[in-house]
Design a protein around this ligand. Structure first.
Ligand code: PLP
Length: 367
């Protein structure tokens, strides 16, 4: 089976883990601090805080801007459920804005219609590595927390993401562009937000034999063993990104002549992070549904994935939000999206195999 997104781990990561274990630092220590410093340089932000996961990053960022019970947070339905789950964890209510048909990122016009006195934050997601349209989201005078799990390397209109909004949240999960297995990073230029997150992620250390806490923390700190892996991945981020960019180009060329199969739009004004190659499959034009394409590709030994099923249609949210209005663009996209294998661990031949299999499936489906 050709894997969907296998990690690209080399001898450098293996050596860094061994060195860290020998150093005696299993928990948060000098490697986590170095990762924060290096990532702050990378995203050109003043503060970076390392945490246990992308989910923890989003959760603590919401708490840091005072989201709590009774509040609403506007977000996007085409995302991993964690984006909405953390709103619930904070005691607030998710309000789903529809997405744009072109790139499936949050629709700023729909956000403007949904903003009310109860809106306490707006949470866009930079889907697949394409930055959401940030400027209109930043005009409401409401905190913006970016879910940048897919977007470590992205820029918006020439500016790196990381310091554009109140807080930008990255994931170090096994499939991400900087993959440590698990972990998350929050960047911000707001020192009050950074201080709040620091207090929430662990507990404030005393300066002698005593200790104190200012808030009950979540124990969401990052271990040095994982930070050591993330540092190696950060060293390789450009090289790995270049490999994925070539894989994107190969897929672009291939799908250009496959009727009914279209990649998501990418905005030439922005830097894309090439995290996921998502296509939309129009069942009529392409001769078969997305689900059938996924099954037929699996029979060809090609693993694919779905990013994403609309969150408001998942059981927990159908039960929680029974009056949720329909979101037509997201709902149609949820049935059409399919992500093709993409990873610096894949060779050019692997991608050529995917393309050949996709061509065979397409020809059979349209026959
Ligand atoms: C868009 C999005 N947001 C949030 C997350 C959560 O990150 P983590 O798995 O590190 O908690 C993920 C993926 O894992 C994601 O794809």
């Amino acid at each position: 089976m050709l894997g969907f997104q296998p990690p690209a781990i080399g001898e450098e990561e293996v050596a860094a883990v061994a060195e860290t274990l020998r150093s005696g630092w299993l928990t948060t220590g000098p490697k986590a601090a170095e990762l924060e410093r290096r990532f702050a340089e990378f995203v050109e932000a003043e503060h970076v805080l390392a945490v246990a996961s992308g989910t923890a990053a989003l959760h603590l960022a919401l708490l840091a801007v005072d989201v709590g019970p009774g509040d609403e947070v506007i977000t996007i339905p085409i995302t991993w459920p964690a984006t909405a789950n953390v709103i619930v964890h904070a005691g607030a209510t998710p309000v789903f804005a529809d997405v744009r048909d072109s790139d499936l990122n949050i629709d700023p016009d729909h956000v403007a219609e949904l903003v009310s006195d109860r809106t306490k934050a707006i949470m866009p997601v930079h889907l697949a590595g394409q930055v959401a349209d940030m400027d209109p989201l930043l005009t409401h005078g409401i905190p913006v927390i970016e879910d940048a799990a897919h977007a470590a390397e992205s820029s918006y209109r020439g500016r790196k993401i990381g310091g554009l909004s109140d807080a930008t949240c990255f994931s170090l999960y096994a499939t991400k562009n900087i993959a440590a297995g698990e972990g998350g990073l929050i960047s911000t230029n707001d020192s009050a937000v950074a201080e709040a997150i620091e207090a929430l992620r662990l507990m404030r250390r005393g300066d002698g034999s005593l200790y104190d806490i200012v808030v009950p923390g979540y124990k969401a700190n990052l271990s040095d063993v994982l930070a050591a892996i993330a540092l190696c991945q950060l060293d390789k981020v450009e090289h790995h990104g270049e490999i994925r960019r070539r894989q994107f180009a190969d897929y672009d060329e291939a799908v250009a002549d496959l009727a009914g199969i279209e990649p998501l739009a990418r905005d030439a004004r922005d830097t894309h992070a090439y995290h996921l190659y998502i296509v939309r499959i129009d069942a009529v034009e392409a001769g078969a549904t997305r689900d059938e394409y996924q099954r037929l590709l699996r029979e060809e030994n090609i693993a694919t994935s779905i990013h994403f099923l609309p969150v408001h249609q998942l059981t927990a949210y159908r039960e929680r939000l029974p009056d949720q209005p329909s979101l037509p663009v997201a709902e149609r996209a949820g049935a059409e999206v399919l992500s093709l294998p993409l990873s610096p661990a894949h060779s050019d031949e692997d991608i050529a195999d995917v393309v050949a299999a996709l061509r065979r499936v397409h020809a059979a489906a349209r026959a």
